[in-house]
Design a protein around this ligand. Structure first.
Ligand code: MTE
Length: 344
């Protein structure tokens, strides 16, 4: 994350080693059993007529996802229902959500992903799910879309750089994908990888490479199984634009945005904490957990406040950053007994 603006992390320096650190935790099952969120109020459930009308779109939407039509011009409406964990905060304008992006495979400027991701071919697309599972599988996108109904999840996204957005994602719980492959008892972490395709990803070509590809991320299994954690296939009611991680990306709203890996092609269940891109790039600055935490500053800037994109520009007053990005009620118990200043 090059250091061109006050709210951007610095240019990468070098790779740092980080040894695996598989700490003993209560089982994922024990942690996730109690984690189900509040039921959706009936007022938030999509009226049946609207739902049925949206249903008409789903065939086309799945076809569009499968065909990997470029976005946003060919974005297709998705059929979905309102999900839990919504917020009444104003949504970040779609224009900002789709033009102010981090997707280093397409370049390091905020405008690069929107400018250069149009050539990314997202069809055919499949995701390999392997490692410590009873039923490893390589699933095509349309098979993945049948795993669970699509929901709208309106989440805050807080980037480690000090800015934030409110985004209406369309997706489904990651737990549905994991259940499909039946994780073994020995699985403790989930590792994710993004596509490597330099011919369509200009940021993966050339002399300056900000990260070692593929972009990698990871979660503890209980974090991955948590109902807040989703795989998103759309935003603002339509299929994901390429710059936002089409056709399938992770969204973990209580962690800094870099954990929410885009354009995923591999999900592996593993025993030890997996290497992750920004932690490998600079372990002192980017922790594996990276839970949003106003009490733990980045070594080079404060994390106490944030700039809400679309809210009055650079001179708008910054707003306080909330622990776990405001999702503490749902997720703080995952970290009971941990020192989050050490495990930042
Ligand atoms: N995933 C990949 N593969 N490559 C990236 O560079 N950037 C991350 C994350 N996922 C990134 C990625 C960062 S730093 C952030 S803040 C979010 O994506 C931004 O998501 P958005 O552009 O949809 O807002």
């Amino acid at each position: 994350m090059p250091d061109k603006r006050p709210d951007r992390p610095a240019k990468p320096h070098r790779w740092n080693d980080r040894s695996s650190d598989d700490k003993k935790r209560p089982t994922a099952a024990a942690r996730t059993r109690d984690a189900l969120g509040p039921p959706v109020p009936s007022s938030e459930i999509t009226p049946r007529a609207l739902y049925l009308r949206r249903r008409e779109f789903i065939g086309g939407a799945i076809a569009s996802l499968a065909l990997g039509l470029p976005s946003p011009s060919n974005a297709t409406p998705l059929s979905f229902e309102k999900g839990p964990f919504g917020t009444a905060e104003p949504l970040t304008p779609k224009k900002d959500v789709t033009t102010y992006n981090n997707f280093y495979e397409f370049g390091t400027d905020k405008s690069d992903p929107a400018s250069y991701s149009g050539a990314l071919k997202t069809s055919p697309w499949s995701v390999a799910i392997d490692g410590l599972v009873a039923k490893p599988a390589t699933l095509a996108l349309d098979e993945i879309l049948k795993l669970a109904p699509l929901e709208e999840r309106i989440y805050r996204l807080r980037c480690v750089e000090g800015w934030s957005m409110v985004i209406p994602w369309i997706g489904f719980p990651l737990s549905a994908l994991l259940a499909r492959v039946e994780p073994l008892g020995s699985a403790k972490f989930v590792a994710f990888e993004t596509l490597v395709r330099p011919s369509e990803m200009p940021g993966q070509r050339g002399f300056f490479q900000p990260l070692d590809w593929p972009y990698r991320e990871g979660l503890r299994l209980d974090e991955a199984m948590h109902p807040l954690t989703i795989l998103a296939v759309g935003l603002y009611g339509e299929t994901l634009p390429n710059q936002n991680g089409a056709p399938l990306r992770l969204v973990v709203p209580w962690k800094y945005g870099f954990k929410s890996i885009k354009s995923i092609v591999r999900v592996s269940l593993v025993e030890s904490q997996p290497p992750t891109s920004w932690n490998m790039q600079n372990a002192r600055e980017y922790g594996f957990y990276s839970n949003v935490n106003p009490a733990v500053d980045h070594p080079r800037w404060s994390q106490a406040t944030e700039r809400r994109i679309g809210e009055g520009g650079l001179f708008a007053p910054r707003r306080p950053t909330l622990p776990f990005n405001g999702y503490g009620e749902q997720v703080a118990s995952l970290y009971a007994g941990m020192d989050l200043k050490a495990d930042f």
